[in-house]
Ligand binder design. Sequence first.
Ligand code: NAD
Length: 467
Amino acid sequence: MTDYHLLIDGQLVAGDQTMPVVNPATEEVLAQCPRASEAQLNAAVAAAKAAFPSWSRRPIAERRQMLLAWADGLEREADSLARLLTQEQGKPLSESTAEIAYTVYFIRHLAPLDLPVKVIEDNDTRLVEQYRRPLGVVGAIIPWNFPILLMAFKAPLALLAGNTMVIKPAPTTPLTTLRVGEIMAKVFPAGVVNIITDQNDLGPRMTAHRDIAKISFTGSSETGKKVMASAAETIKRITLELGGNDAAIVLPGADPDTVAPGIFGSAFMNAGQVCLAVKRVYVHDTLYDAVVERLARLADEAVVDDGLKQGTTVGPIQNRAQFDKVRAILDQARRDGRVVAGGTAEDRPGYFIRPTIVADIDDDAELVAQEQFGPVLPVLRFSDPEDALARANGTPWGLGGSVWGGDRELARDIALRMDAGQVWINKHLDFGPNIPFGGSKQSGIGVEFAEEGLAEFTQLHVVNEAR
Ligand code: NAD
């Protein structure tokens, strides 16, 4: 018997099967979770398809009101959602609390967006108008690092535009999403939002499904390539938010005492499992030792423990597979570079790795060349800012990047030439619902949030009338 339910056609239902969800801080089974069958996925898609005509015909103001009611419902349940999120995802309770609060904030700030008709020409010969119509059923596929916030990057705008949805969380973090589904079930008409779970088997069924018009996917670049290939068969619309290998460039003249905490916070939030985390640091020769020393001190000060314990600043890695991957990268980094802080997995139950700083390492080391997606940060040296820029740009990814210190003109010049969707100056990882967000190169296709993000959940529709 399970306390969690799928949401299909407005009903909270059992899965055809169940699966265990593990608490990464204890390695104990936290709960049995429903696991949807392919038939249940098909039922969810059919329900979304049936709900689409009336949902899309409703005035946008009504859809907006329901989004705001959803945000209110989330806010009322914020404390219990945050606790559950920490138990299944691992992040410190303060970060889970912030994730729920930010989700509410995102919904409230995306809901007021509109889809006005644009008049392109209105004269004696013709009236040309541009409309934006919803697409139909949108499939949202979510990873395990920010299960709730990343859903809020997709659902508000997909629903506001008049689409209906099938949402699928990652297999290791489905529980909080299912609780959010209970809140949504009270707000939205039957079939408008459906939530199913899987063991990595239903994602490919969604991307190939004939009745899903668009896939909004967040996850790794490797899976993103499979999504793109599978979507080709039906020319599905896709938005892909994929991996990153963000570089931070610390210019001569920067203040190590300000730069190090800024970079540390952006690199080790959620134990480094953040698409937009700083994943490589390039520091000018003149500051290298000072920045390494301060980063190492911050790493030594981190409190690594169960996220539910007060004072924890870094929780466990989210799941066993990622834990093993990060440990392998760490073993290799010990051979490739000089570990100045951390460097070990903790000898206790749970997937804990101490924040690790690796100095004197080359660009072709695995820790630098691949996305580590864990609490291990390489620090590299440069003497010419042009060289740092070339190395920062020399990867297949282009999600984010940052430039720190130095004179403003040089910092802006470098920032403008960094090949990434978002580049920060003297900060990293700052984003919001009014700022379009997307990656270059293998970090993705398309945009989320803001008017640009809303447009991605629509089909351009031009009406051209003779006069
Ligand atoms: P993942 O690609 O393994 O899984 C993501 C989701 O895709 C899960 O729900 C999974 O079940 C599903 N999936 C698995 N195989 C699939 C397939 N063949 N077809 C369709 N769906 C499939 O990613 P992950 O390990 O859960 O997440 C970590 C990755 O996500 C990192 O690379 C990180 O950088 C990236 N990420 C990107 C962003 C962004 O906005 N760019 C945000 C967060 C995470």
